[in-house]
Design a protein around this ligand. Structure first.
Ligand SMILES: [Zn+2]
Length: 85
């Protein structure tokens, strides 16, 4: 059995002004990506919902992800205080 994936929280920001950032809007509570890779789960910095499952966020540059359950805007940057309860 595999060990649980490590979970890292992303940095929450205010809603970007229209047209200033690329915003990836998730439409369900499920993660945006599911590929089999040995990387941590990346979670919403506000509510802890998993946004990226099995994808390296370093693939994303200058992208903001909107969490579905809580609507928070997350940078694809891991928060300093990245632990998920
Ligand atoms: Zn959230």
């Amino acid at each position: 059995m595999m060990a649980p994936r490590k979970k890292l929280r992303l940095v929450v920001i205010a809603e970007p002004a229209e047209g200033t950032r690329s915003v990836l809007v998730l439409q369900t509570d499920s993660p945006g990506f599911r590929v089999d890779a040995d990387v941590p789960d990346y979670c919403c910095g506000k509510c802890g919902n998993i946004l990226f499952h099995g994808v390296d966020i370093n693939r994303f540059v200058n992208v903001v992800v909107q969490c579905h359950p809580c609507g928070a805007f997350n940078e694809t940057i891991v928060a300093d205080d990245n632990r998920v309860n």
